[in-house]
Design a protein around this ligand. Structure first.
Ligand code: SF4
Length: 88
């Protein structure tokens, strides 16, 4: 279990008691993933991707337009700049 899923299960009684389950849609997610950073082990595991980037004050690559995503600058500041320019 990934760190994020483990944290979810620990803090959510519905998950910890087995009332709900979280099935990973990795294969489906990979079909639509807009991230071009191929070596990343988080590709398709969106919950881990979001958790990883939020800890660094960043957003996942799929939040950015294609040309901006390719810079790998995933910072809030870069995203805010693009919002200010109405690019997202
Ligand atoms: S956005 Fe970041 S964590 Fe998500 S797949 Fe791309 S490099 Fe990995």
């Amino acid at each position: 279990m990934t760190p994020f899923r483990s944290s979810l299960v620990t803090h959510c009684p519905l998950l910890s008691e087995g009332i709900f389950t979280v099935d990973c849609k990795k294969e489906k997610n990979l079909d639509i993933c807009g991230c071009t950073y191929e070596p990343c082990a988080r590709k398709g595991i969106c919950c881990d991707c979001v958790f990883h980037h939020l800890q660094k004050r960043q957003l996942p690559g799929c939040f950015f337009p294609k040309d901006a995503e390719k810079t790998y600058d995933r910072s809030f500041e870069h995203f805010a700049d693009l919002v200010g320019k109405k690019r997202v």
